[in-house]
Write a protein that binds this ligand. Structure first.
Ligand code: HDE
Length: 698
């Protein structure tokens, strides 16, 4: 307990409080507590009462202001992407991209543009868990010298729907069900699959959603995509189509489903914490920005429409050109002020970049601005620091709730001739450097009848879903089939699983059969495809496992030790892991640590019961014979090893720990090693070939 002389009893007007207030602290002469009106507060412990036991007085403006402000602390959470984490950073341009775009941020090699990036899950509320099966939002606000550019993407390059008019239906179906308000953050429920099974256009996205893409190991290890086709425009007005890709420096990596489920219990904030801690310790997350650039001729040669957001262009068809990197190097100072209040909007675009007629993108251009008014409460939300451009903002828009600026003079209209009369006339439009819509530049004619239709090629709902399936490793295919089974197993509407499997028969007969088997159903009649399914070549770039990086960078190794463990052995593992860029977390059965050989206390980073192996990429077990014997009766220790094995992780152990490995059902394979070099090599990867021995997959 702290020494009593460091505390004083607070005394207010009316008498003593029962609380002890630290005497030392920031309340020096310069740091007085005040109300929001700047009036110094004499007592922050007691409200104003008529007598010590009397009623509280309405007159107490200090109390009323404090409670009033508190009552209004929350703003509506985002209807989708409510749960998120963000960070500040910068974009560094590699070389001049002037051949493709006149956008200022891409002109000069090495130039840095500040940015703010928010990652999110889609379905869950703001307080939901970090690791449900879900798409991850990947939204970047670039504060360029020419205004804000928001690239508001996802970690999956396609979307569920082709037309904005279906978005409210999709979101209603996937979020918690309307009457019961569950499930909180997952798609494994009736309404989502009822809707999805009736929407063949969602099939391609469903394949991605059921793949390991939606259970990432870390936000630092996800890819990002702009999804829609955009345009870039160079100084001569030449238009190039582009698709945006973010590639994580640490490589893409996912968890396995069982691990993801258990992470929901082990640490609700697993991704949020990981992002925060890595930035706090200076291991700055980094991505490269790549574009696929192509022209109308290439677009016309493709068997699908580049305006269709349910389609990708495989990298094997249009390779990526890497144009710069993003580094996230600063955690927010305040979650609410920055992460909660940041207002992304795909319509925020700078000269040199432009939209296309993708009907989903067109709908988004309206939606985001609209939503900010309801979330942030005022049309002046752009004045909030995290949203404010870092270049001059000058126009004749005025007033509105929470106007923070004090515009001077009479010029709030245009044209005006106030300048001629000696007053400030205000800014003028800039035809040369202002934003000009790309089609106006090219003179392309966009006219047509008013129709509620879709282009014919949009009707191919299955060819790319099949291509995705064919591009996976065998193990990834098994994960996809098993996810369909898991999700559909949670559906109580009898007709829905069969309807979904009938769609899947158009993707791949084997997939449909495996899902039907897993569901104990007969194979239903194949759903009628609107267009013939074409066999596209596999795209290896779509597989996670084919391109996972073998590295310890950004990875965490958990070392389990107990009383009697050999500190030298622990140190050797730590040094080897850290030398290769990994971090180490020491886990002991008791809070505080364990007495290692020789009797010294070795401090632990976490207690076994609260530090299951889900939290680590690989584990080392360093026990003495006695310590091991003791842990044989500790379920958390057995589970620690069993889960590491089941989650396909490397397990390094000394000889004395073997009985624990045996009890946990560990069978020797390439991922089960001693504590030497072979462990450090094994810890850089997962052992997918182990999986058939640990679980039955569909
Ligand atoms: Fe969004 N989306 N969306 N979306 N979206 C929102 O904006 C919307 C779509 C995405 O970290 C909302 O500020 C419509 C595709 C991200 O703050 C809302 C349509 C993609 C984020 C909205 C789409 C996204 C949002 C909710 C179909 C990937 C989080 C609160 C026409 C390319 C941004 C908000 C953040 C957020 C509408 C489809 C990504 C309601 C109408 C496709 C990453 O305005």
């Amino acid at each position: 307990m702290a020494k009593s002389e460091e505390f004083a009893t607070a005394v207010g007007d009316g008498g003593e409080t029962h609380q002890q207030i630290p005497k030392k602290g920031p309340h020096t002469a310069e740091a007085h507590l005040t109300t929001n009106q700047g009036i110094r507060v004499s007592d922050n412990q007691n409200s104003l009462k008529a007598g010590a036991r009397g009623p509280t007085l309405l007159e107490d403006f200090v109390l009323r202001e404090k409670i009033f402000h508190f009552d209004h602390e929350r703003i509506p959470e985002r209807i989708v992407h409510a749960r998120g984490s963000a960070a500040h950073g910068y974009f560094e341009n590699y070389k001049s991209l002037a051949d493709i775009t006149k956008a200022d941020l891409f002109q000069r090699p090495g130039e840095k543009t500040p940015l703010f990036t928010r990652f999110s899950t889609v379905a869950g509320g703001a307080g939901s868990v970090d690791t449900p099966r879900d798409v991850r939002g990947f939204a970047v606000k670039f504060y360029t010298k020419e205004g804000n550019w928001d690239l508001v993407g996802n970690n999956i390059p396609v979307f569920f729907i082709q037309d904005a008019i279906k978005f409210p239906d999709l979101v209603h179906a996937v979020k918690m069900e309307a009457d019961r308000a569950f499930p909180q953050a997952g798609s494994a429920h009736d309404t989502f699959w009822d809707w999805a099974s009736l929407m063949p256009e969602s099939t391609h996205m469903l394949m991605w959603a059921m793949s390991d893409r939606t259970i990432p190991r870390s936000l630092r290890m996800i890819e990002g995509f702009g999804v829609h086709t955009f345009q870039m425009v160079n100084a001569k007005g030449k238009v190039t189509f582009v698709k945006f890709h973010w590639r994580p420096k640490l490589g893409i990596q996912s968890t396995v489903w069982d691990e993801s489920l258990k992470l929901q219990a082990a640490d609700n904030d697993y991704h949020r914490r990981d992002l925060w801690e890595s930035i706090a310790m200076g291991a700055f997350p980094e991505w490269e920005l790549g574009i696929q650039a192509f022209d109308q001729k290439l677009a016309d040669s493709l068997p699908y429409d580049v305006l269709d957001p349910t389609k990708i262009i495989p990298e094997e068809v249009v390779p990526l050109r890497m144009i710069g990197r993003m580094v996230l190097d600063r955690n927010p100072d305040n979650f609410f002020a920055e992460t909660e209040q940041v207002a992304y909007c795909p319509a925020n675009i700078v000269p040199g970049i432009d939209f296309t007629n993708d009907p989903l993108l067109q709908g988004r251009l309206f939606s985001y601005l609209d939503t900010q008014k309801s979330r942030l409460g005022t049309a002046n939300f752009h004045q909030i620091p995290v949203n404010a451009p870092k270049c001059p903002v000058m126009n004749f828009q005025r007033d509105g709730q929470m106007q923070m600026n004090v515009p001077k003079g009479r010029a709030n209209y245009e044209p005006n001739s106030l300048t001629a009369h000696g007053e400030e006339g205000g800014p003028r439009e800039c035809p040369m450097t202002g934003f000009v819509t790309a089609n106006a530049v090219t003179g392309e004619d966009e006219q047509g009848e008013k129709l509620r239709v879709r282009p014919e090629l949009f009707a191919d709902h299955y060819s790319q879903a099949r291509q995705f399936w064919k591009s996976m490793t065998e193990n990834e295919q098994a994960h996809i089939a098993s996810s369909f089974v898991f999700e559909l197993s949670k559906v109580g509407l009898e007709q829905v699983p069969a309807r979904m499997i009938a769609n899947l028969r158009n993707v791949d007969e084997d997939l449909a059969k495996r899902v039907a088997d897993g569901m104990n159903l007969d194979l239903p009649k194949k759903a009628q495809a609107r267009r013939e399914v074409i066999d596209l070549d596999p795209s290896p770039a779509l597989s996670i496992q084919k391109k996972m990086k073998k590295t310890l960078e950004g990875r965490k190794v958990g070392i389990l030790y107990a009383d009697g463990s050999d500190e030298a052995e622990i140190k050797a593992v730590r040094n080897a892991v850290e030398k290769d860029g990994g971090t180490v977390f020491l886990v002991a059965p008791k809070v505080g640590g364990a007495k290692v050989k020789g009797g010294a206390l070795l401090k632990a980073d976490g207690q076994l019961a609260g530090s299951p192996s889900q939290l680590f990429d690989a584990v080392a077990v360093v026990l003495s014979a006695k310590g091991c014997e003791m842990l044989l009766t500790e379920g958390a220790a057995v589970q620690f090893v069993m889960d590491a094995f089941g989650h396909l992780k490397a397990i390094g152990a000394n000889d004395a720990s073997q009985p624990l490995l045996d009890k946990a059902g560990v069978v020797a394979d390439d991922g089960v090693t001693g504590l030497g070099k072979d462990f450090v090599a094994a810890a850089q990867q997962r052992f997918f070939e182990r999986e058939p021995s640990v679980r039955l997959l569909a």
